[in-house]
Write a protein that binds this ligand. Structure first.
Ligand code: NDP
Length: 252
């Protein structure tokens, strides 16, 4: 049920953090993983990590905000692997500022990286998934898909949008046997939150006391949910947004 042998998965931002955690899960389940990100050194290291797990993984350098580059990512993947089965829209960024301090370029950068990219990649993956007769798309949201924060106007808008995009894609493509689901991470120890911990005093301890599991998440916490949502185990689940947060979203 959880076997991904013979499947091909693209993970955007798969060269580190949560994307790498998910890529490792997919690789361990047998998938061939394409690491799609900008930093070629980081991607090279991630590919070695995935190859050591037995995946015939490779990297394609791509800026997911660029429509032509996204098209080229899908084309090259299918040319090299013969198929595409799984897309993880994980690439993301944040600019932490109060709304009145956020300029339009900053707003646009966050929206393009976190939300428009998921639309572009999904639209471009669709014909290949349809051709395969089944497909899985996993979109990465956030606790800011459901909560607000003073420093996260653009980020929160983009991550709220991810949940709604997920529902629209799920309803549009269910008939093609393509399931589209979201994952909402809690506070996870990655490069992204390393910056946050430097910028927001007391954040580290606040996360520990606010999270019922009383710990920060780690990237390997995302392997299981990735395999579940990428495999036939989740074939009748679509349009859902699953928190992976140690209970953060259910504590008042
Ligand atoms: P990281 O900073 O470790 O990873 C972000 C990834 O996105 C990198 O691999 C980066 O690769 C890639 N990326 C960024 N911009 C682009 C771009 N334009 N084109 C292609 N790739 C891009 O952060 P996380 O692992 O923490 O974040 C992963 C996802 O999880 C994001 O969507 C984030 O919003 C979300 N998330 C994280 C949480 C956390 O606590 N860490 C909580 C909730 C959500 P490169 O720079 O090489 O392009």
């Amino acid at each position: 049920m959880f076997d991904l042998q013979g499947k091909v998965a693209i993970v955007t931002g798969g060269n580190g953090g949560i994307g790498l955690g998910m890529a490792r899960g997919l690789a361990d389940a047998g998938a061939r993983v394409v690491v799609a990100a900008r930093n070629e050194e980081k991607s090279k290291a991630a590919v070695s990590d995935l190859q050591a797990r037995g995946s015939d993984s490779f990297a394609i350098a791509v800026d997911v905000t660029n429509e032509q580059a996204v098209e080229a990512l899908m084309t090259e993947t299918v040319e090299r692997c013969g198929r595409l089965d799984i897309l993880v829209n994980n690439a993301g960024t944040n600019i932490r500022k109060l709304p009145q301090e956020l300029n339009l370029d900053e707003w646009q950068h966050v929206m393009d990286t976190n939300l428009t990219s998921a639309f572009l990649c999904s639209r471009s993956a669709y014909p290949h998934l349809k051709h395969a007769g089944r497909g899985k798309i996993i979109n990465i949201g956030s606790m800011l898909s459901i909560f607000g924060a003073s420093f996260a106007a653009a980020y929160g808008a983009s991550k709220g949008g991810i949940v709604q995009l997920t529902k629209s894609l799920a309803t549009a493509w269910a008939v093609d046997n393509i399931q589209v689901n979201g994952v909402l991470p809690g506070w996870i120890d990655t490069d992204l939150t390393l910056q946050a911990r430097q910028q927001i005093p007391g954040l580290h301890d606040r996360v520990l006391s606010r999270t019922p599991a009383a710990r920060w998440g780690v990237i390997d916490d995302f392997a299981g949910v990735a395999v579940f949502l990428a495999s036939s185990a989740s074939d009748f689940i679509t349009g859902a947004a699953i928190p992976v947060d140690g209970g953060y979203s259910v504590l008042i």
